[in-house]
Design a protein around this ligand. Sequence first.
Ligand SMILES: [Zn+2]
Length: 416
Amino acid sequence: MESARAYRFRIHPDAKRREEIDRRLILAQRLYNKILEKSRGEYGKNRNSKINRSTLNGFMREAINENKYFLLLYSQTRQDVFIRLQKAFQNFFRRINAKKNGKRTRAGFPRFKSKDTYASLAYPQDNGSFQIERIKGFSRLRVARIGTMKIDMHRTMEGKVKTMAIKREAGRYYAIFTAMKESAASSVENTRPVGIDVGLNSFIAMSDGKRAEKPKFMQERRKTLARWQRIISRRKKGSRRRETAKLKLQREWERVNNRSNDYLHKLSDMLVNSGYTSFAVENLHIQNMMKNHRLAGSIQNASWSRFVQMLSYKAESAGMKVIKVDPRNTSKTCSGCGNIQNTPLSMREYDCGRCGLRLDRDMNASINILHRATTAGHAGSHARGDTTSTAQRGPQVESPNREHTPEIISGGSPRL
Ligand SMILES: [Zn+2]
């Protein structure tokens, strides 16, 4: 089985290369908006018009004929502009159909992109348009028509590199690669499965009583980000002070993201190397639909989903499975007798009214998760290392910092 994995490295284009990248970003954004404008006109004239592949293709040709500067964009980047538009329209028409079928949703027309929302140039195929060169111990990235720049390759890419994107973020530049890797054929015999719950009391709680504490910065970051958000909304639109604050927010976001990725990488490495043979987790997708209130906000949610992705691809390359189970009632069910009861969020322990089991609530849930994975019907769904969807926010490692090193703690054994 093949799995995709994203790698993100900082690149250091000099002034000349920066100019080349920025110019192409503006061109790609303009091309996108130009085709969108034409589609908008078409749709305005006839609500029944299907803006499909061939319409978009026609508008793309028109746009290029009107402005030959668009030809400065590498053909692959133009192709990427096209793919983005196609996706935007597919989503738009899907929402319209959902609305027709009585679903309450807003079907807004695809929006124009600003310079902040169009911030990456994609090279969807590795056909020689980009290359990594090593000169005297340094790595350099060569990109067709842009040039060569220093790249910080802090980890080696495993597998075959398929795509690359150059991204501008808070005034810095990154190269994001996706690589496909053939996973280990031999699978490990499942002698030591473990259930993992997103903790309320801790970051994760495991069915064998071990847990990892919530890192402090994850708690703090929400406050910091909210503060900057407030500052930005106070400042006048278009003012330099507002732009400065926006940049600060982006930098802050990047900093906490790096820290948390670092933490999540270490934690998932640790778990894969702890002697477990499979991992059962809640299916986040279903959890989202249920609007599970146990998750304190979208930030923890995002960390958890990234953690599951990391764990999935690492486990998979080691021949182990990650099984995703239905999260329904995992925290309400007694892992001892199956009794279902409400446990207020303020209670750290599950206290069964039927059989008298008392146990850390997260650990109780993780045992239920493990049960679900091992009972028939749930056994088997193989972990997919599907990291491509988050390629834009892909993994990145900051220099190791002891403060953020996860620690797996024993304890919380069941009490009867
Ligand atoms: Zn019970």
